[in-house]
Design a protein. Structure first.
Length: 121
């Protein structure tokens, strides 16, 4: 168990980040991990996904969701990852309707994560 500040750790856990797994990915470098986490709100894949979904662009939605899944997977953002994963599978199967039905849950997880990350700066 590392020496990360408990308040910060709790905020990250509340944001759906598996802190220990994320730190492991960044080889225990907390500063580097925080740099990437705080950069995440600038990632455009979620807005690309929303736009593609609004236009019923299954191919564009799949590409955006698949890229987002990789980004949040690397950052151990479990809540966003869980919903992005099921949306990716729906889109892979060509089921745009099923994917669209899961968007509100993904949006909730995404905004929760971003709100909490915003408290870390």
């Amino acid at each position: 168990h590392n020496k990360m500040d408990e308040t910060r750790r709790q905020l990250l856990l509340d944001a759906g980040v598996d802190v220990d797994e994320a730190l492991g990915r960044f080889l225990g470098n907390e500063a580097l991990m925080m740099k990437f986490l705080l950069r995440f709100p600038g990632d455009e894949n979620f807005s690309r996904l929303k736009e593609a979904m609004a236009q019923s662009d299954a191919v564009g939605a799949f590409e955006a969701a698949h890229t987002l899944k990789g980004v949040v997977g690397n950052l151990s953002m479990k809540d966003i990852f869980r919903w992005t994963s099921v949306i990716v599978e729906d889109l892979r199967a060509g089921d745009l309707t099923a994917a669209k039905e899961k968007m509100p849950a993904l949006e909730a997880a995404y905004s929760n994560t971003l709100n909490l990350l915003g408290q870390l700066e």
